[in-house]
Write a protein that binds this ligand. Structure first.
Ligand code: PHE
Length: 455
């Protein structure tokens, strides 16, 4: 790939490599850990329907927009907004918002990823075989995450691993491994889903997941669905701008984004089926909160023939999916420090990882030593950071990006950038322009304003 002017950037080896890295960023804990548990907390089918609408009508256009900004400037998130609109500093704020959001997300993301690593060890130690009821699985998980040594050590381990890859560069590490491991994760999820579907009363899980019951949908759930659409697609905080900046001009951004969105959505739905069918079959509570997959899946593995092998594999692959997302989050502030503060990649990476580790500590303690600390609008620190970054900051970031492209930078140069990758379908571009200029700002703006008025 041709080197862009700011050559500190990593470069994708190929189009396929880029798609995998972007899918690697999108597919992560958001699909397999977060989607099922927030669906459980927000009443099921109606929530899923709204989430899917947001993905198509808002998420996809914003993702295309981020790739366009990234590729046309070839810069990291702050540099990109500065480059496109040097005279209006207020828009540069979008870049700084992205950096803050990244720190918030990586802090709690790394804590959950630490739990996943811990569960690889649990699976290897055959702990799951002692779970004779859903309650024992739940208690075991509760005991582990309230243990500060367990959570902080694993959080530190995951952050170190992430930093290690970001320091080394992404092409030979993550791009290579994603190619091999993401398809295996897909296959394992398919097996778990099929197994879930054959359990007694599995259809109740499907009904819960797919039959919309709007009476259960609250207004807060609409904002959560919007935030989740952004979180799962890794948009609203500059990841796709940064990844887009490593893109070749001849790549068709529209079709590539479609693949990424499609794959990400499939994984979330498969995970939803794999988890809700057993939940209803075993008579468990779907609103199990952040511990949901850790309570349910070990029980499923126990019942599955050869289940412990699946258990080990599943948590290893989930750890890898988390890693390929975490490096994309870390890459945003790292590329900023290299480009704007002229730091070396080495120094920037370890600095960002260290700060994120410290911010992550109160998250790691939120289910143990600090579980009673609920100064943050009635939430513990972990839930607060998750809520504010996923639902407020990502939403503001995506809104700002849409308005910026449509009304500040203007659509014409954006169309020209899109057309470089072939696919000169005028009608499609016009549809994208319409969604970005009107549907995104009005829908996101209305949801945010209505939410603010609730306070
Ligand atoms: N999309 C990732 C996931 O689903 C999380 C993520 C959010 C990654 C924001 C980058 C930026 O797990």
């Amino acid at each position: 790939m041709t080197q862009q002017s700011n050559s500190h950037h990593q470069h994708w080896g190929s189009k396929f490599g880029f798609i995998l890295a972007a899918v690697g960023s999108a597919v992560g804990l958001g699909n397999i850990w977060k989607f099922p548990y927030i669906t459980g907390e927000n009443g099921g089918g109606a929530f899923v329907l709204i989430y899917l609408l947001f993905i198509i009508l808002i998420g996809l256009p914003v993702m295309i927009g981020e790739f366009v900004i990234g590729r046309s400037t070839g810069r990291s998130v702050c540099g990109a907004f500065k480059h496109l609109e040097p005279k209006k500093p207020v828009w540069h704020g979008l870049g700084y918002l992205a950096l803050i959001t990244g720190f918030c997300i990586i802090s709690f993301y790394s804590v959950v990823s630490g739990w996943v690593i811990g569960y690889i060890f649990e699976a290897l130690r055959f702990s799951f075989s002692s779970f004779d009821s859903p309650e024992t699985a739940q208690n075991h998980f509760g005991n582990l995450i309230s243990n500060p040594y367990w959570t902080i050590t694993l959080h530190g381990l995951f952050m170190t691993l992430t930093a290690f890859i970001v320091v080394r560069g992404i092409k030979d590490g993550i791009e290579y491994w994603c190619k091999i491991l993401l398809p295996i994760l897909g296959v394992i999820l398919l097996i778990l889903m099929t197994w879930g579907l054959t359990m007694p009363n599995a259809h109740e899980g499907l009904i819960y997941l797919f039959r919309p019951n709007f009476s259960e949908l609250t207004f807060s759930s609409v904002l959560v669905a919007l935030g989740q659409a952004f979180f799962t697609l890794s948009i609203g905080m500059g990841v796709m701008i940064t990844y887009g900046s490593y893109l070749k001009k001849d790549i068709n951004i529209v079709s590539t984004s479609l693949y990424i969105v499609l794959f990400d959505t499939l994984v979330a739905l498969w995970a939803g089926i794999a988890i809700f069918c057993p939940i209803f079959s075993l008579g468990m509570n779907p609103a199990g909160g952040p511990g949901l997959i850790f309570h349910v899946l070990p029980i499923v593995f126990q019942q599955l023939p050869g289940g412990y092998v699946f258990g080990i594999l599943f948590f290893i692959l989930l750890g890898i999916a988390a890693l390929s997302s975490a490096i994309s989050i870390l890459e945003v502030p790292v590329s900023f420090l290299i480009e704007e503060k002229k730091m070396s990649r080495h120094k920037a990476t370890w600095l960002v990882a260290l700060v994120a580790f410290w911010v992550g500590i109160p998250c790691a303690l939120s289910f143990g030593l600090m579980s009673k600390v609920k100064w943050f609008f009635g939430r513990n620190f972990f839930d607060f950071l998750d809520y504010i970054s996923s639902n407020i900051f990502l939403t503001l970031g995506a809104l700002g990006t849409a308005v910026f492209i449509a009304f500040v930078w203007k659509l014409k140069p954006a169309f020209e950038e899109l057309a470089k990758g072939g696919g000169k379908v005028k009608k499609l571009f016009a549809l994208w322009g319409f969604l970005l200029s009107w549907v995104c700002p009005i829908a996101i703006g209305a949801i945010l304003i209505a939410k603010l008025m609730e306070f």
